[in-house]
Design a protein around this ligand. Sequence first.
Ligand SMILES: C[S@@+](CC[C@H](N)C(=O)[O-])C[C@H]1O[C@@H](n2cnc3c(N)ncnc32)[C@H](O)[C@@H]1O
Length: 284
Amino acid sequence: MANDEAAARWADRATGWVDNQAVFDAIFAPVTRAILDAAGLAEGQRVLDVGCGTGTLLEAADSAGAAAVGVDISPAMVAAASARVPAAAVLLGDAQDMPIAAAAPGPPFDRVVSRFGVMFFADPVAAFANLRAAAAPGASLVFACWRRHDENPMFTLGSDVLAARLDPPPPPPEAGEPGPTAFADRDRLARVLSDAGWASPDITALDVTLDHGYDGSDGVENRVAIVQSVTTGRTAYETLRPAMTPTAWDALLDDVRTEVRRHLVDGAVRIPAALWLVTTRNPG
Ligand SMILES: C[S@@+](CC[C@H](N)C(=O)[O-])C[C@H]1O[C@@H](n2cnc3c(N)ncnc32)[C@H](O)[C@@H]1O
C-alpha cells in the first residue's frame, strides 16, 4: 500500500503550512514542549524526525547538539525544513518504506520523534517497522497525535463555515483511516506499535490549549490563516473560489471570522486539544 494520495495531498497543503509556519509553531508550542520533555534530546544523539514538515523538532534537535535527520513526503516541506535547519539532513520520501538508513548513512538513530507526522500511513505497521529498522536497540520513539475528531475543535472551528458550502460536505473521518485522527483509538495504536516490533507503549492523554492569541491579538486572524491552510480551507478555495467574485470570497471569509469570534475564550481564540503523547522503545 503506497501513500500516493498522501503525497499528492501534502504537496498541496505544504503551502499553507510553510506560509504559516510561525502560527502553527506558536499554537502547537505546548505539544512541542511535551514531546521534547519526553524525548530528552541531547548532544551526541542521532535523531530522526518523521513527517518533519517545516522542521520544528529538527531545529530543537540541532539546538540540543544532536545530529538531526528529517524525513517528509512533501517537497515544499523538505525545502522549508532544509532552509530552516541547514545542519540537518532532510530526506524527501515516504517514511513507510524508504530505506532510511541507506538514505542517511550513519549510526542507527537514538531517538525517533514526530509532532503530528505519523498518522498518514496507508500501512502503519509497515511504517513503524520501517522506522524501527533505522533505530538503535533501546532507542526511544516519542510522538504526539490527535485523539477523536469530535474532541478536537481544531478540525472544525471556522472550517465548518466553509465545509457547509461544499457539495457534498466533507464526511467525518472513518475510524482508523489514514489522516490526523488515525490513532484516536488507543488500543489500535498500541496494537500497531507492538505489531511493528516496538515495546509496549506508554500512551498518555495530553490535553493542551492551542492559544491563537499568543501574539497579544484576539487570535482571529491567526485562526483564519489556519482555516485556509488545512484540508477544508484548501478544498473550499479550489472548488468554490473560481466561481466567486473576490468580494464574495472575502464575504465568506468574514463569515468564518464571525463564527470564530463567537467562540472566544477570555477574549481570544483558545482551543482545547485532545492528544496522545506516545513513548515506546526499540527492544532491539
Ligand atoms: C500535520 S503535518 C506535521 C508537520 C510537522 N511535523 C509539524 O508538526 O509542523 C504532517 C507532515 O507529515 C508528512 N507526511 C505525511 N505522510 C508522510 C509519509 N508517508 N512519509 C513522510 N512524511 C509524511 C506531511 O508531508 C507533513 O509534513
